[in-house]
Design a protein around this ligand. Structure first.
Ligand code: FAD
Length: 472
């Protein structure tokens, strides 16, 4: 018999539970990827994400080909494509790994129901989280809203286990195949992707290499260096994780295996890294239990927050990295150039947008959505709401980041700022994090004046917060 394996955001062959289950029960496999962006509305994949997807599918296609099977590629309505393939292939069942976005859940529920009504079996699996959102509850039986107790509970459940490797040969089923990734038209028509190509290697092999490099290098110093944007102090696994080119379970197993020989200090260093993967699970937990949060505040008190109307010029200055605040601009230019931004700097650019410019966090979330290669509805929503103060377990509102002191603390020699703002390099500023304090040098550099006064806009944000509280 034949099974259809519907690839979605699990673009790997190793430790792929849907693949394993399909091969256990059926002789032949028909793997398919269906590009159906509108099924993710209103969060259709952005441009950077589509770029990644193109290259990741190309890598998956090569991996499958090496095992003797072709990846079917299709566009359009997922159910219609699956039904069509079921008819032409005579397959008896469809296998996939689960997603947790509200639109994906609604679609998958509908498809499962329809396939069963057609007399076709449909099986789904967990391939991307340590703990699925419904498998963990507070003592009172509800969902968690606070990370630390969430992680204490989830961490205690983690069992390192080696994932099953994909077989060397897979028996294909013969159907008329459409297999050019280019047909999906995912790449930009204007070639703006040179910086992305220099920065990344999409696909499972690239993911394994990134993990290997991180375990052999930066992991040991992760606890301190993860906050320093000039250093390659983090794993850069986020886009690989988003597309499922690697699973948290594979990472856990690698940490376990490497930790056996590497000693106690190394194992201790792995813990804060694992905790960040815990934040990823927690974000999915929140998205599942609070599915309105990609568009609405988790904390409804913030519905009364007096956001400013967006001024197109200000918003564009923020997007393009021309706010006049060096660490903020460096981050936004890193994003524009590479499709990724360091976590510390993501917090700073988000705080500047939501607090100093007092623009609604959705303006930032949407920009990130289009430009990040790791754009992920769960993580992005959680990151923006946390920074804006409207989310779960958010930092207290009055703790507004000061980008100058943050820059001086986490980029003390200005290496990060100089890398992304060459116009400020070599000018001899006393502090590169506050160039406006030296007007003559600033004028010569061509770098803009700050969009807003940091101290005054901070006071205005605090006043706005007080106004909101008094309304509640
Ligand atoms: P590492 O430090 O090596 O962490 C390992 C992995 O843990 C990451 O790959 C990621 O999957 C997960 N992780 C780390 N930090 C977080 C976090 N704070 N929340 C959830 N998961 C985390 N991450 C995304 O993957 N997609 C997004 O769209 C996204 N948007 C964000 C928006 C804002 C405003 C903020 C403040 C954070 C956002 N993050 C997002 C979280 C975080 O910045 C990135 O996951 C991280 O920078 C990725 O780099 P890394 O892989 O080197 O991380």
């Amino acid at each position: 018999t034949t099974a259809i394996l519907w690839f979605r955001r699990d673009l790997r062959l190793d430790d792929n539970p849907a693949l394993q289950a399909a091969l256990r029960a059926h002789e032949r496999l028909l793997p398919v990827y269906i590009h159906a962006p509108d099924e993710a509305a209103p969060w259709q994949p952005g441009a950077a994400s589509r770029w990644w997807l193109h290259h990741s599918l190309t890598a998956l296609q090569a991996q499958l080909r090496a095992r003797g099977v072709e990846l079917q590629l299709a566009r359009g309505d997922s159910l219609a494509v699956l039904r069509d393939l079921l008819r032409t292939s005579g397959a008896e069942a469809v296998y996939w790994n689960r997603q947790y976005e509200p639109a994906a859940i609604a679609r998958d529920t509908r498809i499962k129901q329809a396939l069963r009504e057609d007399g076709c079996a449909a099986h789904s699996f967990n391939a991307s989280l340590f703990v699925e959102p419904w498998d963990i509850r507070t003592g009172q039986g509800g969902p968690y809203r606070v990370f630390t107790p969430y992680w204490r509970n989830a961490r205690a459940q983690l069992q390192p286990r080696p994932g099953a490797a994909a077989p060397a040969r897979i028996t294909p089923c013969s159907v008329n195949a459409r297999h050019a990734v280019a047909d999906l038209a995912l790449l930009p028509r204007i070639a703006w992707d040179a910086g992305l190509r220099e920065s990344w290697r999409p696909g499972a092999a690239g993911a394994a290499e990134a993990l290997e490099d991180f375990c052999a290098g930066a992991l040991r110093g992760y606890r301190e260096q993860r906050d320093w944007p000039a250093q390659a102090g983090t794993s850069r696994l986020s886009p690989h994780l988003h597309f499922g080119e690697i699973s948290p379970a594979q990472i856990l197993w690698k940490l376990e295996e490497t930790g056996r020989d590497a000693g106690a200090a190394w194992r201790e260093a792995a813990e804060p890294f694992l905790r960040e993967l815990g934040w990823r699970d927690f974000s999915h937990h929140l998205l599942y239990h609070f599915p309105h949060t990609p568009l609405q505040n988790l904390n409804p008190q913030f519905d009364a927050f007096p956001w400013r109307e967006p001024d197109a010029q200000q918003l564009q200055a923020w997007q393009r990295g021309r706010t006049g605040i060096p660490i903020v601009d460096a981050g936004l230019r890193e994003l524009w150039h590479t499709g990724w931004m360091h976590n510390r700097v993501r917090m700073l650019v988000a705080s500047f947008l939501c607090k100093n410019l007092r623009l609604h966090w959705l303006h930032g979330a949407r920009w990130f959505w289009d430009t990040l290669v790791d754009a992920d509805l769960a993580n992005n929503t959680q990151g923006w709401q946390w920074t804006a103060g409207s989310g779960a377990d958010a930092a207290p509102y009055f703790r507004i980041f000061n980008p100058v002191t943050q820059g001086e603390r986490f980029d003390p020699d200005g290496a990060y700022v100089r890398r992304w703002l060459p116009e400020l390099a070599g000018q001899g500023f006393k502090s590169i994090h506050s160039p406006w304090r030296e007007p003559a040098l600033l004028a010569r550099s061509g770098y803009p004046q700050p969009l807003v006064d940091l101290a005054a806009s901070r006071e205005e944000a605090l006043a706005a917060y007080q106004a909101m509280r008094s309304m509640g």
